[in-house]
Design a protein around this ligand. Structure first.
Ligand code: GLN
Ligand code: ZN
Length: 762
């Protein structure tokens, strides 16, 4: 009999209950006990949702982040919070976000706010974890209370619990040393704590523990591989069975290592590494469990269950009792429940599966394997009908769009002339001063904007009224920018709820859920639009707003678009064609918008690629392929314009040392990037690579409420001018200003414009 299990369940709740609970607590509107009770009720409900499984994950619930949970379990707290006097949960929030609830702080004088822990992306997902901090003399001490308490809850609820923990190597790998010491050197101090943890879990009556080591799908050097051998030899001493879980990719050269570690079972992502399953089975000793992740835990499409069974049935015959069936990875990365989506088009809805539906698929697969396909004939027939409907739907397939991508002409991605010849033509037309000033696109999302949007949604405000409200906001932005004396203006993006959803809503081939939320970090959730079909732009999307803004000023107004790679990376995308093809379809649609803006007289057009870097594959060997099509997609979008139209792009990060060549290949006339927090990193990048076009290194950290001084910004620009010729430098903030208040933005931009004037005077 094959067993079923799950690697992790989304913790936010089908209606984002956790988010509202966290925020109410932080704002002082509810008590710590209420928040803890909410956590317990969510755990219980999610275990009930998983009741059909043979083994249910415990410990996957988190009040903020599972890596931070692990830091607390291992007693690895940053020195700045070690002496905290209050409740552990408050200290936990202090590490996560700099402060807990003000009302919870009975020790405000000694234990107030601290620097928040650094946050970064969990592998190639859009989930952010809190980076563990290490120094050479970091020590560890077990605090298993969270897991022990949750196991007691699970026992009371008669849940067949399988605790989930982050493995020791992945934990070290995800962390950073603050003193340049070697984090792998901490392993010998870390392992006894893991052994103690496993022993504690065994004492709770646990049979299996899931140990997540996703770094096994990345390139590991000899030191890390050796550390795996050492670590798992040590953990084998604990009186519990270990399921080593890998996901998100292929093991490749780590396959023999993963198969010989002394654990009791191995989980393989059979969506992304199906071609390795045979080799894994051949390499694993015959007494070990093979857990196959056969349902995609990263996407929202129904599995083709009959096709999975055609493949899985012989494998199951070979493995017998040793086979476990699961989703490919934790379901953290998909929304909770499709049942809530009453407004979604019925046909499209029939193609989808969220977390609860994915577990139902796992159950059907296991019953088909264990009892024969006849036992689930009705489920399989319904699934086959949904798969066939999606495959054949005319809403998915647009032959003209497919043909356009197949017949792409390389000339589409080339500007008429190189930058050196374009730049003087643009200068003659735009007549900008040296060190031109601009902003990244959005201005504060005011209460007026939010009210107008919600009234428009509810029908209280008609279309004309909504347009008028947005135009008032645009006018306000333009007036403020003129008063500030900025050189290249923006319309402020008042009409955009989100930089990806806004375009998805206007493109054919996209659908939207109402509750399809996925945790991004802490209480922040995103609702990625669903790209289900070939992409077409029925009509211009932004031209009227930009022309309205331009009509209010004689200064150049920047057209503002989101690039194809970012739209792709922040959507749920099709699994029936390569990502590259989907991206090129988006590129052709966005190119039409660029050309429409140009025809309408817009002289400067910005195409944001905020998410280009996070799409990089986990293995470096695959980077070039990704960068090739991503850069091609950007070039197709941007490069159809005349020499004297100026193309800008924006990226929200500064660590692109590794990919600066690819970014230069995009051939944007101007790039604006995030640098104000890390001026040295920018300089490092320019040591090894001369960026050839104009660049605006952000000098105003928009993620902070602080107002940067003129002197500070002058200093940052001078550092930049040591590496980049002054005639190619722009002065701008790090990113868009939508999350800030006007009261912060105005003085900050006043200082920024003054800084540019100071620089020009020299
Ligand atoms: N133009 C967008 C804005 O200003 C860019 C946001 C981003 O890069 N994340 O809001
Ligand atoms: Zn940005």
């Amino acid at each position: 009999m094959a067993k079923t299990h799950n690697l992790g369940f989304p913790r936010i709740g089908a209606k984002r209950e956790l988010k509202f609970g966290q925020e109410a607590y932080w704002k002082g509107q509810s008590s710590r006990d209420a928040l803890k009770a909410l956590g317990a009720s969510l755990r219980l409900r999610h275990w009930q949702d998983q009741a059909a499984l043979d083994l249910t994950p415990v410990g996957d619930f988190s009040f903020y982040d599972q890596v931070l949970d692990m830091s607390f379990t291992l007693g690895n707290l940053p020195a700045r919070v070690k002496d905290f006097h209050g409740d552990v949960l408050d200290n936990y929030f202090r590490v996560a976000r700099g402060r807990s609830a003000a009302h919870a702080d009975t020790h405000a004088e000694c234990c107030g706010g601290v620097a928040a822990g650094e946050m970064t992306k969990w592998f190639d997902t859009n989930y952010h974890y809190i980076v563990p901090e290490f120094v050479a003399d970091t020590t560890f001490a077990l605090d298993a209370s969270r897991l022990v308490e949750q196991l007691a809850e699970a026992r009371a609820a008669r849940v067949r619990a399988k605790p989930v923990i982050v493995g020791p190597l992945t934990y070290l790998w995800l962390g950073k040393t603050k003193d340049d010491s070697d984090r792998l050197a901490l392993l010998s101090r870390l392992l006894p704590v893991y052994v103690e943890l496993l022993t504690t879990l065994a004492a709770q009556g646990v049979e299996w523990v899931q140990i997540d080591e996703p770094i096994l799908v990345t390139e590991l050097d000899a030191g890390w591989r050796e550390a795996f051998e050492t670590a798992y030899a040590a953990l084998a001493a604990a009186p519990v069975k270990c399921l080593l879980a890998t996901y998100f990719g292929e093991l490749q050269d780590n396959l023999p290592l993963a198969c010989r570690l002394p654990v009791d079972g191995l989980h393989i992502d059979a969506i992304n590494a199906r071609n390795e399953v045979a080799a894994v089975i051949a390499a694993l000793p015959a007494d070990k469990v093979v857990s196959l992740g056969v349902v995609d835990g990263r996407n929202i499409w129904k599995s083709d269950l009959n096709a999975v069974l055609d493949w899985l049935t012989p494998v199951a015959g070979q493995l017998g009792e040793r086979l476990w069936i699961a989703p490919s990875c934790s379901l953290l990365h998909v929304p909770v429940d499709l049942e809530s989506e009453s407004k979604l088009d019925a046909e499209i809805r029939s193609w989808l599966a969220f977390a609860r539906q994915k577990l139902a698929e796992v159950d059907v697969l296991a019953r088909a394997i264990n009892d024969g396909r006849d036992a689930v004939a009705a489920e399989l027939a319904a699934n086959a009908a949904a798969i066939a409907s999606r495959r054949a739907s005319p809403r998915v397939h647009n032959p003209a769009v497919k043909a356009a991508v197949e017949n792409l002409d390389a000339a589409l991605g080339r500007r008429q002339h190189p930058y050196a010849q374009r730049a003087p033509k643009q200068a003659a037309k735009l007549k900008l001063p040296r060190y031109p000033t601009t902003t990244i696109g959005s201005f504060p999302q005011t209460a007026e904007i939010r009210n107008a949007r919600s009234q428009f949604k509810s029908g209280e405000l008609d279309h004309a009224g909504y347009v008028a409200a947005m135009q008032r906001e645009i006018e306000r932005s333009v007036r403020e920018q003129e008063a500030l004396g900025l050189d290249v203006l923006v319309h402020g993006e008042a009409e955009r709820n989100d930089m990806v959803e806004y375009f998805g809503e206007q493109l054919e081939g996209y659908a939207f859920s109402q509750f399809g939320w996925v945790q991004s970090y802490g209480s922040r959730c995103v609702k990625p639009p669903i790209m289900f079909g070939d992409i077409r732009r029925p009509k211009a999307m932004t031209v009227a707003w930009i022309l309205y803004a331009q009509s209010l000023t004689s200064k150049p107004m920047k057209g503002m678009l989101t690039g194809p790679v970012t739209i792709l990376n922040w959507s749920f995308v099709r699994d029936d064609q390569p990502r590259a093809v989907s991206c090129l379809q988006l590129a052709l649609a966005m190119r039409e918008e660029v050309l429409d803006l140009e025809r309408a007289g817009v002289r400067v057009i910005q195409i944001d690629e905020a998410a280009l870097r996070e799409g990089l594959p986990l293995r470096r060997a695959q980077w070039q392929h990704y960068l090739d099509w991503a850069v091609q997609a950007f070039r197709i979008t941007a490069n159809g314009v005349q020499d004297d139209t100026q193309i800008h792009t924006h990226m929200c990060y500064s660590e692109f040392n590794d990919i600066l060549g690819a970014i230069a290949d995009m051939d944007a006339d101007v790039i604006t990037i995030e640098t104000s927090r890390s001026d040295m990193e920018l300089l490092d990048a320019f040591d090894s690579f001369q960026y050839p076009n104009d660049i605006g290194p952000g000098v105003y950290d928009i993620h902070s409420p602080n107002i940067p001084t003129q002197e500070h910004m002058v200093k940052l620009m001078r550092l930049a001018a040591e590496r980049i010729p002054a005639q190619r430098l722009w002065v701008n903030p790090d990113c868009g200003l939508k999350t800030r208040q006007w009261a912060e933005v105005i003085p900050a931009l006043q200082n920024m414009v003054a800084a540019a004037k100071t620089l020009r005077a020299q």
